[in-house]
Design a protein around this ligand. Structure first.
Ligand SMILES: [Zn+2]
Length: 205
């Protein structure tokens, strides 16, 4: 996000004790990004920041792909150095993402709005700190994608209310949990408890 947006978000997050704020450099909005200013804002507000994100790779939209790669690699190193979770946006760039993240075993990662294949669920599950976050898009998923949900372990699952271009009420999370429970054939309470435990795990310092 742009730095002025970051500071207004910081003010909002100060008013809500339960809210955590992440600072991102989204692949759609990298043109004119002042990396040093961004890094400085992060360092000066480290105590108030829950993580770095969204950052990531998007082959469909956004800035020049080589710029995306450069900024993403810098953000990953910073997350590693500062021991902060990363919230990752990835569209059609799973191979590159895997190549960049593999082997960084201490990294905590949210694969936000996961829309990859079962192949990458299996790959990223080899990294102990990676979580797959599913949002309202799963409500529209065709039956063929059932395997993706079944392959994600309950200990790696998160849910989110983010839906492109549409503000969503957090209430939609209940429907997302129900859908996952149905496709995994487990009670929805079990899914909800797992997600809560995973968030705690992810955000611990
Ligand atoms: Zn995103």
């Amino acid at each position: 996000m742009h730095l002025e947006d970051f500071y207004s978000a910081l003010n909002v997050s100060n008013e809500y004790s339960g809210a955590g704020l992440m600072l991102g450099a989204h692949p759609w909005y990298l043109d004119g990004l002042d990396w040093l200013g961004w890094k400085d804002a992060l360092q000066r507000n480290l105590q108030r920041i829950a993580g770095i994100g969204e950052v990531g790779l998007d082959r469909l939209w956004g800035a020049d792909y080589s710029v995306q790669l450069e900024i993403f690699e810098k953000a990953v190193s910073l997350a590693e150095e500062r021991k902060l979770p990363l919230n990752v946006h990835c569209v059609r760039a799973w191979k590159d993402l895997w190549e960049i993240l593999r082997g960084r075993k201490d990294l905590r990662v949210i694969l936000h709005a996961y829309n990859g294949s079962t192949f990458y669920v299996e790959r990223f599950s080899l990294m102990p700190g990676v979580y797959f976050s599913l949002g309202p898009t799963v409500l529209k998923w065709p039956k063929e994608k059932r395997r993706v949900i079944q392959t994600i372990g309950l200990d790696r699952l998160l849910v989110e209310s983010d839906w492109p271009y549409q503000a969503q009420s957090p209430r939609i999370l209940g429907q997302v949990v129900e859908k996952i429970a149905e496709w995994k054939a487990v009670p929805k309470e079990e899914v909800a408890q797992a997600v809560e435990a995973n968030f705690k795990d992810l955000l611990r310092r």
